[in-house]
Design a protein. Structure first.
Length: 122
């Protein structure tokens, strides 16, 4: 899949963040990373992203906070939440705040790629 789409991967787990970046660079995405929610908000304010892969539980600012700040900034990239917190109320709150999909950790890289393609096609 040749895209050249701009992606931001946000997670406080360095190994996972590196794996996400490598996976989507291999799919020809232009990938930036952020190690926490505050770092993510600063990048989202400065750069247009087509899609954001967003962890929920992070230091300095959690994923819900990132979603709220994006909404306040009127920034609307496609957002896929990646989290170990797999419960229905949390998923519904994420969708209310603008997330397009919700993927539970651990995830299968191939399944995540299909979710990204689906979300970008919507």
């Amino acid at each position: 899949m040749k895209t050249h789409l701009k992606m931001l991967c946000v997670d406080d787990n360095a190994d996972l963040l590196n794996n996400l970046a490598q996976q989507f660079i291999a799919e020809d995405f232009d990938v930036d990373t952020a190690v926490d929610g505050r770092d993510a908000v600063e990048k989202i304010a400065a750069i247009h992203y087509d899609i954001v892969l967003l962890d929920l539980k992070m230091p300095r600012l959690d994923g819900m906070g990132v979603l709220k700040e994006m909404k306040a900034m009127n920034k609307n990239p496609h957002v896929i939440v990646l989290t170990a917190l797999a419960d229905v109320p949390t998923a519904l709150e994420c969708v209310k705040l603008g997330a397009r999909d919700y993927v539970s950790k651990p995830y299968d890289p191939e399944d995540l790629l299909h979710v990204v393609i689906k979300v970008l096609g919507s």
